[in-house]
Design a protein around this ligand. Sequence first.
Ligand SMILES: C[S@@+](CC[C@H](N)C(=O)[O-])C[C@H]1O[C@@H](n2cnc3c(N)ncnc32)[C@H](O)[C@@H]1O
Length: 398
Amino acid sequence: MSDSLPTNLPTQRQLVLPILDAVDKAGGEATTAEIRNAVADQLGLDETQRNQRGTIGGQDHNLLAHRIRWGQQHSKLAGLIERDGRAWRLTDTGSKHLTSAFPGRPVTVFFTPNGCALWGMAEDAASVIDPGTVRLLLTSPPYPLKTKKEYGNKVGQEYIDWLCSIIERLMPVMESNGSLVLNLGDTWLKNSPTVSMYQERTIIALQDRLGLHLCQRLLWHNPSALPVPSNYVGVERIRLKQAVECLWWLSPEDRPYADNRAILEPYSDRMKKLIEKGGAVRSKKPSGHATREGSFAADNGGSIAPNIFRIPNSGDQQYTRACRDAGLPPHPARMPIPLASKMIEFLSQPGEVVFDPFGGSGSTARAAEDLGRHWITTEAAREYVEGAKLRFSEELAR
Ligand SMILES: C[S@@+](CC[C@H](N)C(=O)[O-])C[C@H]1O[C@@H](n2cnc3c(N)ncnc32)[C@H](O)[C@@H]1O
């Protein structure tokens, strides 16, 4: 098989881990088209790279699709994935493709003057962090899978118990007026266009078992979300695009440290004009709500942010490119750094400690470093900690 394809596309070998990640993230099963889209997103390929065509064996092909097909073939021959009808599934071997940390004491992979990235299990993080020192625990735990398989994630009640027990172990590191922000995404029930209630059940369990207060539901709207779940959204057309995720803001106290003035939004043109002309005139709205003469006259530097953040999950090309160049798998489920930044600015102050127990690609760490906070991350997969390190090449070169 000749593979004289352009060098601006990843090689077949480099595609193996992203392919396994794409299947893993899709719940352990994915079609070729789903794998192709997910891999292209993960690697940050632009439209030109996705649509590049060329002649192979005298026939015209989409080069990326062709290379991914061979990446799949390579993974199949290596016993990492297997075919089941239209879908690809991870085998036992494939599900262990990342180098997982051992339970026990986390190991430092790199540190900067402000932070420390540990390869280790979230369960063990409390053993290396001073009690009562974390102002903000900001994290996206792995989501539960649809079916119980050997991929590491838990399902159903087991997932809730697992996450609650980790949070319980981590509670001693929190300042009493600190915050926990858990970013959880919806998952769909197996063979049904209906949504799992695991998020609600998890939050209720955290309240019942650990006495955590729900300070507010914060929402992340990703305008660049793909039309998934594709069978219900794109094929049957019976559901809408899944474009919102919840950030559950919890705290041991009901009034944790928070300051909405730290994340003011620019005034709208209408509001700017209102301030210029000395505020509103006295009026009564159809709702019965009365506006006093001169209200909204003060310039407070910006509007108070709503509890929904519209942030596209794109623009992380530098990271994906650096991973690609280093032969590392880019993390498949990254939080946008601007979203992490909003949480950090709102719920902590410079010099305080931000902790992400499921650190992934180091988005929380990067945002915290940029905002002058101290940071700690733990991450179970060695390759992801190595990838996170690439976000800190400047600091590490000093
Ligand atoms: C949803 S991802 C987090 C992504 C991260 N917020 C980012 O922006 O890159 C969850 C991460 O938790 C890691 N993980 C799973 N179980 C873990 C555990 N017990 N301890 C530490 N990390 C774990 C996974 O390897 C995965 O990278």
